[in-house]
Write a protein that binds this ligand. Structure first.
Ligand code: PLP
Length: 421
């Protein structure tokens, strides 16, 4: 069924977590002894004199995902001197030349992670080092300066610790989060198409709605279907391709998907399921990785997701974490396979009663069960053993949530110290 032979059971670290070595190589390839490295210990603090009120958790501000906290981190880079000292400054607009490289040539990459207020009252980031390593790889892919992942992580922690106390109050916001968006753009004012000579790194914290509640994912249609509804992409609309840049979190990957996403939303779907090629290879769902559980002809459950390797899919931190947990905690009942599969495989499994469940996985939607896929005008109803979710999605969701919100102490949950400001 799969193009790629199943992995031999044991976890291969290179496919389940971003390798530090790759990121370090990217930093090294960019560094030069004369240039100042990114150095979080040189952070200069300039606190706001006009702090804003924190909106209530259920207010429209949360849904708008355009409200940020009081501060942001900024750090500029030039090809001649390297990184300047980073600053923590009042949140506010940037000033860019109309000729800035990023505005014309999409020289931008970003990350997305969350800052959680735990049920135990502590603030945590989930595996921030993974995001920082991925940012290094994304930056390298588009000739931006590569921020040292450890220094970037330290800057994220500092911002989280300055604004977290106020914006995620421990008395009212247990179980809530802020969205962390590190961004790197070329603000070079030269209009010529060339490798950027100037760049700006910044980190903001935004209010963000909780998109992950499975019961909230029932669409307007009253057909009893719960969970995400996915509209498979048409053959003439491709998100990413081998040798492209789908595996980097580049701004350039998202703008071109918005037309298809808008059409899908208009027709009552939540996301596009991105397919590739005439064989309809299944890759990702919106800006989330996609997992499916199919029972093998021998009756074993197999968790299948598209492979990394050819650079088509994004190396999700949630994806890697789920693969790790599946291999560690479900080794007996679940086979895990990173391999290519097609819509044909899904349809066949459904027809033969072997389609067990499907879910999308990423920071924004978290682990979101999928209830329906439409492909070439045909609707494939995806089973959901527990009504609003399948059993595996529920397990992964619970395990990850326990780590993020501190019900389980785990090395993936990094506690953020809180500063009194
Ligand atoms: C960000 C993103 C994901 C999910 O990655 P996480 O690290 O799990 O948040 C998946 N696919 C695409 C295309 C993405 O942009």
């Amino acid at each position: 069924m799969l193009d790629t032979p199943p992995a031999s059971g044991t976890a291969t670290p290179t496919t389940t977590s971003l390798t530090a070595t790759q990121a370090i190589k990217a930093v090294a390839a960019n560094a030069s002894p004369q240039l100042a490295p990114l150095d979080a210990s040189k952070l200069q603090m300039n606190l706001t004199s006009s702090p804003r009120a924190v909106p209530a958790p259920d207010s429209p501000e949360y849904k708008s995902s355009s409200v940020c906290t009081d501060h942001m981190i900024t750090c500029s880079w030039t090809a001649s001197s390297g990184w300047a000292n980073p600053s923590l400054v009042p949140f506010g607009p940037l000033s860019l030349a109309p000729t800035a490289s990023v505005l014309h040539y999409a020289t931008a990459c970003f990350e997305g992670l969350k800052l959680y207020r735990g049920h135990d009252g502590k603030l945590r980031l989930f595996r921030p080092g993974q995001n920082c390593q991925r940012m290094a790889l994304s930056a390298a892919r588009i000739a931006l300066p590569v921020p040292d992942p450890a220094q970037l992580e330290e800057l994220i922690v500092r911002l989280a610790s300055v604004d977290g106390t106020k914006w995620l109050p421990s008395n009212t916001h247990k179980g809530k989060f802020l969205y962390v968006r590190p961004t790197l753009i070329a603000d070079d004012a030269t209009l010529g198409v060339q490798r950027p000579q100037k760049a700006l790194l910044y980190v903001i914290l935004t209010l963000f709605p909780d998109l992950s509640d499975p019961s909230a994912l029932s669409a307007a249609a009253d057909d009893g279907i719960r969970g995400l509804r996915l509209l498979a992409s048409r053959e003439d609309t491709v998100r990413a391709w081998p040798g492209g840049f789908g595996s980097a979190k580049l701004g350039a990957n998202y703008g071109p998907t918005l037309l298809a996403q808008g059409e899908a939303r208009q027709r009552g779907f939540n996301q596009v399921l991105w397919l590739l090629g005439s064989e309809a290879r299944v890759t990702e769902a919106g800006a989330s990785n996609f997992f499916v559980v199919m029972r093998s002809e021998q009756g074993r459950d197999r968790l299948v997701t598209a492979p990394l390797g050819d650079g088509v899919i994004l190396h999700g931190v949630t994806r890697g974490s789920i693969l790790n947990l599946a291999r560690e905690r479900l080794a007996v009942e679940l086979e895990v396979e990173e391999g290519n599969y097609t819509m044909g495989d899904l349809v066949k499994a459904k027809e033969e009663g072997r389609l067990v469940e499907a879910f999308a996985a990423g920071t924004a939607f978290f682990v979101a069960p999928v209830g329906l896929i439409e492909w070439k005008g045909e609707q494939i109803k995806v089973p959901m053993e527990q009504g609003t979710t399948g059993k595996y999605a529920a397990l992964f969701r619970g395990w990850l949530e326990d780590i993020m919100y501190g019900r389980t102490q785990h090395e993936w949950g990094l506690v953020v110290p809180e500063e009194n400001i």
